[in-house]
Write a protein that binds this ligand. Structure first.
Ligand code: 13P
Length: 259
């Protein structure tokens, strides 16, 4: 065992726009069978809205958590096509992904909207998984730290330490998402340290050490053990490799292995 107390590890599957209700229920049942009554670390599944109920049923009685991929910041109202945090909580969700780069860059979500969504999730009793990360051009221009500091500062400004502790951050470099080009453990660690140092400055000294920071971007069963050898990585937000029970199970097992 490392002499330094380890933060608990947490692996979440972001299914993105994959799986119908029937397919999602089947995958969740397979995962429950693989992981048993006591998964080796915290695990959550984030299916599309339409599969939430089928996955909730499949996870019934299992400690595997249910999460959504997005929410609207307002609790209710004339927002056609949107879903509120209260609706997600009532549907059995414990988590919600906020500020994923596919929404920041594909759907025009800015830092201010991400901050509102983080607060809406907290208001409705959900744990937000707040995604941050630089694009390839930002990295190439040496702007990675600037981007991470700006995104964390905007999202967490004004939050109390106890509130920040009840959130999860996913460092997802945009260039690593869905590309097969995983960040090196050193690149991920460097970004995680910037994120924790920023939390210390914005939320309060010591905040960074208490927040779960996942890595996301081309995590698979093969590279997971190398990534998780770093105590700096508290888990992973997994896209493609979470769509198949066997690979997701191997990632969870790697996360839970004692380093
Ligand atoms: P991939 O694991 O498919 O690269 O996706 C990562 C991601 O965006 C998780 O939110």
């Amino acid at each position: 065992m490392s002499p330094v107390a380890r933060r608990p590890r947490f692996v979440a599957g972001n299914w993105k726009m994959h799986k119908t209700a029937a397919e999602g229920g089947a995958l969740a049942r397979e995962l429950v069978a693989h992981l048993g009554a006591r998964p080796p670390c915290a695990v959550a599944l984030c299916p599309p809205f339409t599969a939430l109920e089928a996955v909730r049923q499949a996870l019934d009685g299992s400690p595997i958590g249910l999460g959504a991929q997005n929410l609207h910041p307002e609790p209710r109202g004339a927002f056609t096509g949107e879903i509120s945090g209260a609706m997600l909580a009532a549907a059995g969700c414990r988590y919600v992904i906020v500020g994923h780069s596919e929404r920041r860059h594909g759907m025009g979500e800015d830092d201010a909207l991400v901050a509102r969504k983080l607060r809406a999730a907290r208001r409705d009793g959900l744990t937000p998984i707040v995604c941050v990360g630089e694009t390839l051009s930002e990295r190439d221009q040496g702007l990675t730290a600037d981007v991470l500091v700006r995104q964390i500062r905007s999202a967490y400004d004004g939050l109390a330490e106890a509130e920040a502790r009840e959130t999860v951050i996913a460092y997802e470099p945009v260039w690593a998402i869905g590309t097969g080009r995983v960040a090196s453990p050193e690149q991920a660690c460097e970004a995680h340290r910037i994120i924790r140092a920023t939390l210390d400055r914005v939320v309060g000294a010591g905040a960074g050490a208490n927040v779960c920071v996942q890595y996301g971007g081309s995590v698979n069963a093969e590279n997971a053990p190398r990534l998780f050898a770093e105590p700096e990585l508290d888990g992973a937000l997994v896209g493609g490799a979470s769509l198949e029970a066997a690979s997701f199970f191997r990632i969870v097992a790697a996360a839970a292995a004692v380093v």
